[in-house]
Design a protein around this ligand. Structure first.
Ligand code: SIN
Length: 272
């Protein structure tokens, strides 16, 4: 149904022959949904999306998420985060491995990033499969981690930003299973990330720090990854429930500009 080209053995496919701004037929919608569940991240080229069209595409998959502390949003479109870097930037969004807003009690299920401007070279995004990371752990380590929970704290990454609601300096904080079961595929994946996860609740501080560092390094194994080289008009659509990603900032002082729409998710759970 869809023409697809695999990006790496672990995850990712490039999808051809679809205009995301158009009214998708039920078959097209189902094919995209299935491709996302099977491949964890989808890439599209040569798209032209207005904010309303990007939101309409996202809304087909669920309610849109409002970021608790965005670096920037589009005027009159609070659901559209501006992802921008140029010669004035001192930091960019997403430079550490993460799953989007995992500090929310119900973290987003997926994100859709559309880049309008890209640097002459660089600015790729790396994606990693947390199914692959989970499956590569030894049976003993998986048994040890199953049933453990960890704190994901927004203040770790959002410090210095203003929360969009609630008292100043209060960012979301949530406790989630270290191994999470995907609500649609039923597969288990590793759900801790360097950007937000601060502590495994059932371990001492020392034990937690050591195990988390081991897991953060495990997640970074290139065998679990694919790497996407953007062009103007490219779109990446990733499933936050089973992937992590990292934006490379190797193009300073050049400009990179895009827009992200994020789809609400549900409370993570673990089923052995
Ligand atoms: C993000 O959503 O974390 C940013 C990804 C990117 O800019 O490539």
């Amino acid at each position: 149904m869809l023409s697809i080209k695999r990006s790496s053995p672990a995850l990712g496919v490039e999808v051809e022959g679809i205009d995301l701004a158009s009214q998708l037929t039920p078959d097209q919608f189902e094919a995209i949904r299935t491709a996302l569940l099977e491949n964890q991240v989808l890439f599209f080229r040569d798209q032209v999306l207005t904010p309303d069209e990007q939101k309409a595409f996202g809304l087909k998959f669920g309610k849109l998420h409002i970021h608790p502390a965005p670096l920037g949003v589009l005027q009159r479109h609070p659901e559209v985060i501006v992802i921008k870097a140029d010669e004035t930037s001192s930091r960019i969004a997403g430079e550490t491995w993460h799953s989007d807003v995992s500090c929310d009690a119900e973290p987003p299920m997926a994100s859709i990033l559309y880049l309008a401007e890209v640097p002459p070279i660089g600015g790729d995004t790396l994606f990693a499969s947390m199914y692959a990371a989970h499956d590569a752990l030894s049976d003993s380590m998986r048994r040890f981690l199953s049933g453990l929970t960890a704190i994901h704290d927004g203040s770790r990454n959002y410090e210095g930003r203003r929360p969009v609601s609630g008292p100043d300096h209060e960012f979301p904080r949530a406790e989630h299973p270290v191994i999470r079961t995907h609500p649609e595929t039923g597969r288990n994946s590793l759900f801790v990330n360097r950007m937000f996860t601060t502590r495994i609740v059932q371990l001492s501080e020392h034990e937690s720090g050591t195990i988390l560092e081991m897991l953060f390094r495990h997640v970074e194994n290139p065998a679990f990854q694919c790497r996407f080289a953007w062009k103007p008009g490219s779109v990446a659509f990733w499933d936050n429930r089973c992937t992590q990603h990292l934006a490379l900032w190797d193009y300073f002082p050049h400009r990179r500009l895009g827009y992200r729409v994020t789809i609400c998710g549900d409370q993570p759970f673990y089923r052995p």
